[in-house]
Design a protein around this ligand. Structure first.
Ligand code: SF4
Length: 701
């Protein structure tokens, strides 16, 4: 039955058979947009729109999801289970179709025999954010814990940002994004919402239109978002901490620090003020490349604007010093006291407000703290037997992979490729397309998309819980993650009540444990907005630490074990892979507009709009190297080299190179992608992939 018949009818235009269903975008994007999906028949969707009744989505979604029919009905969707009969990585011809029973029996038998030889930790269930639904994404952990398989430290995305935000604020929440409409200054720092979180622009634009708000973007190149800004500050990659310190220097120096606020709501402000004495705009200019006058001007604007809102993203945290960078930026509204004002304060993520108890979904009641934890970003070193990761434990000889494509997205791709090439490694991949990881698998299982299964979603960029139901029947023989996990559990003898429950029962259980309405009620209402009141969201009832204060001198040891040498106050932490004579450039692998990780790399429209992988290089550098548009350049470091086409670009500093991502490896001239150059070293203090922290050399190719 359609969810919202009245609205559906108004959208039917001349197609009286079209029904419109509520759904939510499951992709790895903080917006988690509320969607309205046209269903043309029980197996076919039409157009996808943003839900206009949702005050965050406000009827606006990105183009790639608006054309989702192209992805869900793509001829290359996996429709049947496959068994590899040819060489690894050889494409569809290397597989034959088999039945679900045969596929699942084989996978279970391989996992059992690996355990018999090496013990349960030899199996590594591996997953990430191909879908963000709490049931379909996280259920793999139930199988992991029930069987005693190796655990996963999930570090691709938010680990560094979390560490930095929690260091100061103490809890993962902030001012509702819709409140930007009441701001006079919006600083979009380290994110490119035009490409990756389109709704931020909706709310920022409202403030600009209604209040004349200024928009400032901090990013190392001229992104589509930066093009719309009033001011663009362009730091060298990995130097945002220095920028933040210099801004705070000016705030204290020029009387913009709110001393009453500092006294009441913060700890360590006296030490901070002394520390910032030497962090002048000139000092920061040397590090960031931003002229001191620009830093002065921005600091004055920020200091004079009570209703100043920081939208802090992930980009500038994907660096060895990323946690310190996030922490340093997050200190600004605690210095000016902007948190006290409507439209003032900051947001990194509101995902900490939900408190959903996933005990049964994830089998958290079966966690054995003795079982080893492997860092997903170090999959290359792990699969190639690095003793720093494996210690005395067994090698990984069997993997079950859902919702992620490490053969493209993981750091140190050379080692990832070498690892997946091992003939003694059994791999089962459950996916929607024959990704490059699936091409290395022994068994491939076809997976449903979010429109073909039930699930529920929380968000980082807003405050709504959303419950969704399947809109169409599964494509071909595709099956939901939850179903596959149950079938594997039955064959493996994994015991947990969650395997005997439906998706809907799992949602109800989690919601009931967490004090929410039942899933049906949330589904009927489309969403449940959990927005906090002003004083809580603005931390006027206290920050998340036990003393209720914002901490300018964080205890990094409480956040992660690898904290030695971290600055005790906001700073420029020099642990980055800095330029030297042999590597005079810094590489940033920023997200492209039409791909989302490697989702959408299979659709023709996204491919056409993106064109090809290109290195954006400053025109002066191109001139010195004799490079012109379309020439090939080799980018390299100690891990290898990659060849791409050149795009001379004014909108970056001489020492910065941008390669927007994530492209399939085969899109690169020599068949290996940009993450070949990215280190698998874990960021401090709690891990985290350092995707934008790479010093490189350039050569004409
Ligand atoms: S903006 Fe993000 S959440 Fe919204 S539809 Fe696009 S990918 Fe999905």
């Amino acid at each position: 039955m359609p969810l919202d018949q009245n609205r559906a009818e108004t959208q039917q235009e001349d197609r009286t058979d079209v029904q419109v269903f509520h759904s939510a975008c499951p992709h790895d994007c903080p917006s988690t947009c509320a969607l309205e999906v046209e269903r043309l028949d029980p197996e076919t969707i039409g157009r996808v729109r943003g839900a206009s009744a949702n005050s965050y989505t406000a009827g606006v979604i990105c183009a790639k999801v608006a054309r989702y029919a192209e992805r869900v009905h793509h001829p290359d969707r996996l429709k049947k289970p496959l068994r590899r009969i040819g060489a690894k990585g050889e494409g569809r011809e290397a597989f034959e179709e088999i039945s679900w029973d045969e596929a699942l029996d084989t996978a279970a038998e391989k996992l059992r025999s690996a355990v018999a030889k090496f013990g349960p930790e030899t199996v590594w269930p591996y997953y990430y954010a191909g879908t963000m639904g709490l049931v379909q994404r996280d259920g793999i952990n139930r199988l992991r814990h029930a069987m005693g398989y190796s655990r996963q430290h999930s570090t691709f995305c938010s680990t560094l940002a979390d560490a930095g935000w929690l260091a100061g604020a103490g809890s993962k929440k902030g001012v509702d994004a819709r409140e930007m409409a009441e701001s006079d200054l919006i600083v979009i720092w380290g994110c490119n919402p035009v490409s990756t979180q389109v709704n931020v622009m909706t709310h920022a634009s409202r403030a600009r239109k209604n209040r004349g708000a200024k928009i400032v973007v901090v990013d190392p190149y001229v992104t589509e978002t930066a093009k719309q800004a009033d001011i663009h500050l362009m730091p060298n990659p990995g130097t945002d901490g220095a920028l933040a310190c210099a801004v705070m220097h000016v705030l204290f120096r020029d009387g913009h620090a709110d001393r009453a606020y500092l006294e009441k709501y913060t700890a360590g402000h006296a030490e901070l003020e002394v520390h910032l004495g030497a962090k002048t705009p000139e000092w920061a200019e040397e590090i960031t490349g931003i002229p001191a006058a620009e830093i002065e001007a921005f600091a004055a604007l920020y200091g004079q604007t009570n209703r100043s809102y920081l939208r802090l993203g992930f980009g500038f945290t994907r660096s060895r010093n990323g946690a310190v960078q996030m922490f340093s930026a997050s200190c600004l509204p605690a210095v000016t006291g902007a948190w006290q004002y409507p439209g003032g304060g900051a947001l990194y993520s509101n995902s900490g407000i939900y408190g959903i108890d996933k005990t049964i979904i994830e089998g958290l009641d079966r966690v054995d703290q003795q079982t080893r934890i492997l860092d997903q970003s170090r999959i290359g070193p792990i699969l190639t037997g690095d003793p720093r990761d494996l210690g005395d434990g067994p090698p990984v000889t069997a993997m079950f992979v859902q919702n992620t494509n490490p053969m493209n997205v993981a750091p140190d791709l050379g080692k990832v490729r070498e690892g997946f090439s091992r003939e003694d490694l059994f791999v089962c991949v459950h996916e929607q397309f024959l990704t490059e990881t699936a091409q290395m698998a022994d068994i491939v299982l076809p997976a449903t998309t979010f429109l073909e299964h039930d699930d529920m979603y929380v968000a980082g960029g807003h405050t709504h819980l959303q419950v969704t139901k399947a809109v169409i029947a599964p494509v071909g023989e595709a099956r939901p993650n939850h179903w596959v996990l149950g079938e594997l559990a039955r064959r493996l003898g994994a015991e947990h009540p969650g395997f005997d429950m439906s998706e809907w029962e799992l949602m109800d259980d989690a919601l009931q444990r967490s004090g929410y309405a039942d899933a049906q009620s949330v589904w009927e209402g489309h969403w449940d907005d959990r927005v906090e009141g002003f004083d809580d969201a603005h931390f006027l009832n206290g920050f998340g630490h036990a003393d209720g204060k914002f901490h300018f001198m964080p205890d990094w040891s409480k956040i992660g074990g690898n904290h030695a040498g971290m600055p005790t106050l906001p700073d420029h932490d020099t642990v980055i892979d800095g330029r030297d004579d042999a590597h005079p450039f810094r590489l940033v692998t920023a997200p492209s507009r039409n791909y989302l990780n490697t989702s959408f790399t299979e659709t023709a429209t996204s491919q056409k709009r993106e064109g090809r992988p290109e290195a954006q290089i400053h025109p002066e550098v191109c001139k010195e190297m004799g490079l012109e548009t379309g020439d090939q350049v080799r980018i390299g470091n100690g891990q290898g080299s990659v060849v791409v086409h050149v795009r001379p670009t004014e909108g970056l500093r001489r020492g910065t190179v941008i390669v927007e991502s994530v492209w399939p490896n085969k899109a690169f001239i020599e068949g290996i992608g940009i993450n070949l150059l990215v280190s698998a070293e874990a960021g401090k203090p709690n891990g985290g992939a350092v995707f934008h922290d790479t010093a490189v050399w350039l050569q004409t190719a």
